[in-house]
Design a protein around this ligand. Sequence first.
Ligand SMILES: NC(=O)c1ccc[n+]([C@@H]2O[C@H](COP(=O)([O-])OP(=O)(O)OC[C@H]3O[C@@H](n4cnc5c(N)ncnc54)[C@H](O)[C@@H]3O)[C@@H](O)[C@H]2O)c1
Ligand SMILES: [Zn+2]
Length: 361
Amino acid sequence: MAPIRIDVATPSRAYPVIIEAAAIDRVGRMFDQLDVPERRFVVSSPLVWRLHGPRLSRGLGIREPILVADGERAKQLPTVARIYDALVEAKADRAAALITFGGGVIGDMAGFAAATYLRGIALVHVPTTLLAQVDSAIGGKVGVNHPQGKNLIGCFYQPHAVVIDPSLVSTLPRREFRAGLYEVVKYGMTSSAGLFDQLSRDRTAIFTREPAVLTPIIAESCRIKAGVVSIDEHESGPRRILNFGHTAGHAIEAVTKYRRYRHGEAVAYGMLVAAQLAKARGAIADRDQKALANLITGLGPLPAIADVSTAQILEAMRHDKKVVSGRLHYVLPTAVGATDIVTDVTETELRAALKAVGFRR
Ligand SMILES: NC(=O)c1ccc[n+]([C@@H]2O[C@H](COP(=O)([O-])OP(=O)(O)OC[C@H]3O[C@@H](n4cnc5c(N)ncnc54)[C@H](O)[C@@H]3O)[C@@H](O)[C@H]2O)c1
Ligand SMILES: [Zn+2]
């Protein structure tokens, strides 16, 4: 299969997203063609490097990667400082390129290091989780958590290129794979009925993780994200539709201290809450709301919510950083593949929707 190329064109930078099975085996030549500076530093995690490092290392001709811990708890400034230390030690200059090789945590942290080291060196993402391939590697959001809250420190810094190898996700734990799929559901429900139908129809094939099955799904997700990011780099308008499921989702993650749910799982619940809100307003047909619920439940079990308090979720939503001058922008689905952004959702409506989805009163 020929590589797929999707172009992202933001005001700050235009760059390609290349999707190809086994891309990491020939990534060195690919980077040369993309004019990635030749002094290349790879940031990865011990686990990802053990699983896939030897191939990347051969494909890229580099010796030593910079290895740092990943996972949400490592996504902190001290880990970024370790990356700076390694770059300083190696005397990396403005002509260096930093290659991130890992999931969204590595991409966000190392991306932030690239954005700030010497006021910015070239950055290339080679994402290794499904979530990072369909979402976090595109769009330029980089940063870390603060002990008081998620993603509180960061900036926008667009990469020079994104190289996606769908075969890398074969080693993901099944739960991580599903967590990424919920973001794909988000793209389908907000922007592409075709993608939504494909997920519903090809579920069994998708779980084989054959690159031939995954490649078109990843590509369609990347096309949607690239399109939105290109017209709204800093998320002031259209990019907001990608927050579908994230308003309640972020609150669910926060009240459970980021421990119980993977981000995608919380978003899955968030999408159910948004669809329930829309249904109660008569903004979406019952059939479409049920189609979303069936697709989400059909992908596999989600961790329980019956003991998670509705009142706490409502409280967390009030503190959401996406509340703009006191108004919560809520993305409601209006049909499969279509949304509306409203700012008049009341707490009473939210409470009812959360309860209907199954949260504790
Ligand atoms: N920048 C953005 O626009 C954006 C968008 C969405 C999410 N995010 C961020 O992304 C992060 C979540 O990313 P994630 O879900 O990729 O989590 P993650 O980076 O923590 O990776 C999940 C786990 O999978 C492991 N892993 C990675 N690749 C693997 C592979 N190929 N095989 C086996 N195991 C592998 C990792 O070691 C880790 O334990 C969050 O911090 C979130 O804030 C950022
Ligand atoms: Zn998300």
